[in-house]
Structure formats: structure tokens, C-alpha cells
Ligand binder design. Structure first.
Ligand SMILES: Nc1ncnc2c1ncn2[C@@H]1O[C@H](COP(=O)(O)OP(=O)(O)O)[C@@H](O)[C@H]1O
Ligand SMILES: [Mg+2]
Length: 430
């Protein structure tokens, strides 16, 4: 296998060989092996024909937005030999699974004669013409401090936990004559998304899931549609509508944004709260798992949302992993639906965890209201952005069936800040 330097040297030879200048190669949007349909891009998936620095695709799930920005990355690498690009997604796993190795990732959609070399350990892609791209996780904004790029792509910007990652990326986007970034995201009214929409220089494209219907597998489509069709969140996830606060909701975006922090102080207690899914089947709802802590001065912190769709064994393992990661004091779980099954599932995975069953005897809204009141008092802080959890908080109206992430969060803060228990003092570890 060629080293990146040899690849680059070969590309250089190709460029200087008058018989096969690199620019002559034509790259079709829709290429083998991913393109059995051979239809090419829809107009909204192509870079807008205007003078832009930021191209923002706000579209429903499955619209083809990741595909569009990944194609843009290949295009930039191709038309600017030797250029430097940045590939950024919410987490390291997302960069790898969506941008690089996904079914519409760069490796899958690149034509064979312009296939990059991927070196995961260097977080780098190197193309035959000397262009290179580095992968970044928005979870680690500091890595974006310093490096400069000619072009960049961002996947699911509204799901990034630390908005600083975007600011740092933009500061370093300054190589060449026309540095540009293509962003794809399902919309969510986060501060960054709102400011991009208000910015008249941003090329904004919007679209719904249905526009890409013919390219979506029936099973996938039915699953997503059945989950969202007819719900308020579906307007966001399928039709890309920006949902602002629901008038009847107990939580508001402004309150969460204003109290958001990047770091948290020493914590007196930490719990992992679980709201188990009713059944273990694939199409059942998710199991809400939220990690939260309380500081010595009585402020609450949301540390992580590890909610997932999994079998009991799967969610028990995820909860125990979070318990160990944060050296939590306790796992609390709602046992209404599963009775003792919940406890035995946890104990099978980890016999020694401290576990407490909680039982929802009071009505849902009487449990949620005191927690919402803690937010109103500006005593609860989210450490970074938890997009899906925040969507649920700001959309749920008492009386509707309450969503899993919200339930887990309510259990966590009820246990930490509302249940009157003897105070145990713990050494701060963070
Ligand atoms: N114009 C197109 N022609 C054929 N397949 C497409 C097209 N656009 C997207 N796809 C495919 O549709 C699927 C969903 O696209 P993706 O970019 O992952 O959607 P999103 O990021 O909006 O959820 C992928 O398999 C992708 O390759
Ligand atoms: Mg995508």
C-alpha cells in the first residue's frame, strides 16, 4: 500500500504529466458502487449557485443532506488539488460512521479513480491529488483551535454538544481565495442554528424527508415515519420545521440556554436515572437514561443523556457503564412497567451497584412540575447541549404521554434535589 506521501507524489506526477492532467478527470455526482439508481443529485443537494461562504441544509431525516455535504467535500478535494479540509460531526463515532465510512460516506461514494486513503489513527483522508482532510469530533472543540482549512463540512450541527467547536472551525476556515463550509442538520432552534438562519449571507436550503422517498429503503422509511408522523416532533424531524417553544410546555429553550455551562463544579451526589422501555422489541420506545449530579451549593447538572433503544440487557449495560464512568452514587429506575425485572436486569449486569426502585404513584405532571420549578429558579444547568432531551422538555405538555428522556431526567432530579433524604457528604471528584 502506498504511504500518503507516495500517494501525494504520484498525484503530483499525474498533475504535471501533460497527457493526463488531473483536471480532465470528470467526476459524476452519482457514482458506483452506491448508485444503482443512477439518478444523480436533486437540485437542492447541489451547492447553491450564489456567492456563499456558509451553505446550510436544514432538512428532515433521510432527505439526503449528509450525502450532499459528503459529495461537496469530495468535490472540494478534487477541484482544489493539495487543499486542506475539515470533516466535523457530533462525535468521533459519527464522523467515522456518517462522513467517512457510512453508506453515503466519502469512501462509499468516491469514484475508484479518486479514492482517498483513510488512516483512522491519524484522523486523516488523503486523496490522489494531494488534498487532505482531517476528521474532528465536535465533542472536542480544542482540537479545532489552531488548524486552518480551505473547506469544511459539518454533519448534524444542531446536535453538537459544544457550540465552541463551530466557532473554532470558522476561525480556522481561512485558507485560499474562497474558504467555504457546507452544513447539514435536522433543524432545532439552538442558538447557532437561529443565528445562521438570521444571517443573510448564509445560503439556506430546506427540505423534507419525502423529497428523497424513492431512495429510502421501505423498512427504514416506515420505521421513521411511524415514529414521527402526526406528532409535533415529526414536524421537525420529517418536515424540517423549526419548532419553537410549545406554549403549554413546562420548560423553555431560553431558560435552558441561559443556564447552560461548559464545565461543572465538584458534585456532592451523582445518579444515573432510568425510565425503562415497556417492551424489549426493536420498534418499542427508547429507554431514557440520564446522568445528573448536584453540587455543594445545591445546583443541579445534567451530565449525560445515554438514552437508547435496546434490550433490557443492552440498557442495563449502558446504565452501568455510565454509573462507572461518573462514579455515580446510585442508579434509580422506574419500576412501574417491569416490576422486579428492572432490578434483576441491573443486578445481573453488575451485582454491586447501589440501586433504588422508584414507583410513579403520583400523576406525571405532579412529578415533573417541581423539577421544572428548579429550572425556573435557574438552579439546573445542562453541561453542553442535549438536543433530543431538550426537544422533549420544551415540547411536552402535561397531559400528553411523557417521553422517556424527560421521565429519566425528572427521576434524576427528584432523587437528587427533591426527595428529603439524610445528606451524605461525598468527596468531590470532578
Ligand atoms: N440523489 C440521491 N440519489 C440516490 N440516493 C440518494 C440521493 N440522495 C441521498 N441518497 C441516499 O439516501 C439515503 C439517505 O441519505 P442521507 O444523506 O444519509 O440522509 P440524511 O443525512 O438527510 O438523513 C442514503 O443512502 C443516501 O446515499
Ligand atoms: Mg445524515
Amino acid at each position: 500500500m502506498l504511504t500518503p506521501t507516495e500517494v501525494a507524489a504520484g498525484a503530483f506526477a499525474l498533475m504535471t504529466n501533460a497527457d493526463s492532467p488531473a483536471g480532465v478527470m470528470e467526476r459524476a455526482w452519482h457514482t458506483e458502487p452506491i448508485a444503482p439508481l443512477g439518478k444523480g443529485a436533486r437540485p437542492k443537494q447541489l451547492p447553491p449557485d450564489t456567492d456563499w461562504r456558509v451553505w446550510l441544509i436544514l432538512a428532515g431525516r433521510g432527505f439526503g443532506k449528509s450525502r450532499a455535504v459528503n459529495e461537496f467535500a469530495i468535490d472540494q478535494a478534487f477541484t482544489m488539488p493539495g487543499s486542506r479540509g475539515a470533516l466535523v460531526a457530533a462525535t468521533a463515532g459519527d464522523v467515522r460512521d456518517v462522513i467517512v465510512e457510512g453508506e453515503s460516506g466519502i469512501m462509499a461514494i468516491s469514484p475508484p479513480d479518486f479514492m482517498p486513503l483513510y488512516e483512522p489513527s491519524k484522523r486523516r483522508l488523503t486523496w490522489p491529488n494531494g488534498s487532505m482532510a482531517t476528521t474532528y469530533s465536535a465533542d472536542e472543540p480544542r482540537r479545532l483551535r489552531g488548524p486552518q482549512h480551505h473547506w469544511a463540512i459539518c454533519d448534524e450541527l444542531a446536535a453538537w454538544r459544544f457550540p465552541d467547536a463551530y466557532d473554532q472551525l470558522m476561525l480556522g476556515l481561512r485558507l485560499g481565495d474562497n474558504p467555504r463550509v457546507a452544513i447539514s442538520t435536522t433543524p432545532r432552534p439552538t442558538p447557532i442554528i437561529k443565528s445562521l438562519i438570521d444571517d443573510k449571507t448564509v445560503a439556506l436550503v430546506m427540505g423534507s424527508t419525502y423529497e428523497n422517498r424513492e431512495n429510502l429503503a421501505d423498512v427504514w422509511f416506515d420505521d421513521i415515519i411511524s415514529r414521527y408522523e402526526g406528532t409535533t416532533l415529526g414536524r421537525q424531524e420529517l418536515y424540517a420545521e423549526l419548532l419553537f417553544d410549545h406554549p403549554g410546555a413546562l420548560w423553555t429553550r431560553d431558560n435552558i440556554d441561559n443556564n447552560r455551562v461548559v464545565e461543572f463544579p465538584g458534585l456532592r451526589r451523582i445518579v444515573v436515572a432510568i425510565d425503562p422501555a415497556v417492551t424489549a422489541y426493536e420498534d418499542s420506545s427508547e429507554t431514557g437514561i440520564v446522568v445528573a449530579g448536584v453540587s455543594h451549593d445545591g445546583h443541579g447538572y445534567v451530565l449525560e443523556d445515554v438514552t437508547l433503544r435496546a434490550s433490557p440487557d443492552g440498557w442495563a449495560k449502558a446504565a452501568v457503564a455510565a454509573y462507572n464512568k461518573y462514579k455515580a452514587d446510585r442508579i434509580v429506575a422506574e419500576t412501574n412497567n417491569g416490576g422486579d425485572m428492572v432490578e434483576s436486569t441491573i443486578k445481573t449486569v453488575a451485582p454491586n451497584v447501589s440501586f433504588k426502585k422508584v414507583h410513579a404513584s403520583r400523576a406525571k405532571h405532579t412529578r415533573a412540575e417541581p423539577v421544572a420549578a428548579l429550572y425556573e429558579q435557574n438552579r439546573i444547568h445542562h453541561v453542553g447541549v442535549f438536543g433530543k432531551l431538550e426537544d422533549q422538555l420544551c415540547q411536552w405538555v402535561p397531559g400528553d404521554t411523557s417521553p422517556d428522556r424527560l421521565d429519566a431526567l425528572v427521576w434524576a432530579f427528584t432523587e437528587l434535589m427533591l426527595d428529603k433524604e439524610p445528606l451524605t457528604v461525598r468527596a468531590s471528584r470532578y
